[in-house]
Design a protein around this ligand. Structure first.
Ligand code: ADP
Length: 261
């Protein structure tokens, strides 16, 4: 069995308008291997966050099963960390104290907490900011702190829900490169929600293309790019994959200047 197994999962919500049920996800199946970087790509409303929430154990499928390492997912776990768009830092704590948060939950002694926090602040290039407070940092730096905090507990899986959506384009590209490097060096399994086509190509081993009404997996595109070809958004190989994403969404030629779907 695969590391993460999503079998025939559907999720319905109460629909306030019709007083019936609204199908947000319809019979979704997907197998994910340990160490894979998966991007869930699709327009707003196709059920990306609904699927991520269920993988993280925040909610349950209406029908179908989700298993991680063979066990049904019934609740959130400190072994699986979710990083959201809004960083989620505690404003009254310093950068280092924020990174130590999960380590406190794990009950580590102060010295080990300080050492581990310092290590992961160095991984994200923020050693010099350890005593600052979140309000003193840019959005990109705050998201780096959130990434350091997540990595500090050495999780098996990182779930990321449009983590770079609020950042400017240049910062977003830098953080994309950083998280790609981190995923390779730390061998994490990462499930990353986005509606940014280029972001999914830069990051993913496989892009899971989703469409709405009801939310379904349209197709799965492997991204076989290596070295600079992955970061060079104008390379022929990169553009070839982008074309395949456009085809998957059946975008018309005049819509192909859009990078977001
Ligand atoms: P995405 O992340 O792809 O934008 P979501 O998973 O957030 O999509 O939502 C999928 C669909 O389910 C949307 O139509 C959304 O309005 C609906 N939905 C999400 N959460 C709820 C909820 N708690 N109650 C009712 N409908 C919901």
């Amino acid at each position: 069995m695969s590391y993460i197994s999503i079998q025939n999962v559907s999720r319905t919500y109460h629909d306030a308008k019709s007083h019936g049920r609204f199908t947000a996800l319809d019979h979704v199946s997907l197998d994910i291997e340990q160490g894979e970087f998966i991007c869930l790509l699709g327009p707003s409303g196709c059920g990306k966050s609904t699927l991520l929430d269920m993988l993280a154990g925040f909610s349950q499928p209406s029908t179908g099963t989700i298993r991680i390492a063979g066990e049904p997912v019934t609740e959130p776990s400190i072994r699986r960390i979710t990083i959201f768009q809004n960083y989620g830092l505690l404003p009254w704590r310093t950068v280092a104290e924020n990174v130590e948060l999960g380590l406190e939950t794990l009950g580590l002694p102060p010295e080990e907490r300080h050492r581990t926090a310092a290590h992961y602040l160095a991984v994200v290039g923020l050693e010099a900011f350890r005593d600052r407070h979140p309000a003193e940092l840019s959005g990109g730096m705050q998201q780096r702190v959130a990434i350091a905090r997540a990595l500090a507990v050495d999780p098996d899986i990182l779930f990321m829900d449009e983590p770079f959506a609020a950042l400017d384009a240049i910062t977003r590209m830098k953080l994309q490169d950083e998280i790609a490097a981190i995923s390779r060096e730390q061998h994490k399994t990462i499930i990353f929600v986005t509606h940014d086509i280029e972001e999914s190509i830069v990051l993913a081993d496989r892009i899971v293309v989703m469409t709405p009404n009801p939310g379904k997996i349209k197709t799965i595109l492997p991204v076989d790019l290596h070295g600079t070809a992955r970061r060079d958004r104008t390379s022929p190989d990169f553009l070839h994959i982008r074309e395949r994403v456009f085809e998957a969404f059946a975008l018309k030629p005049e819509d192909k200047t859009e990078y977001y779907i």
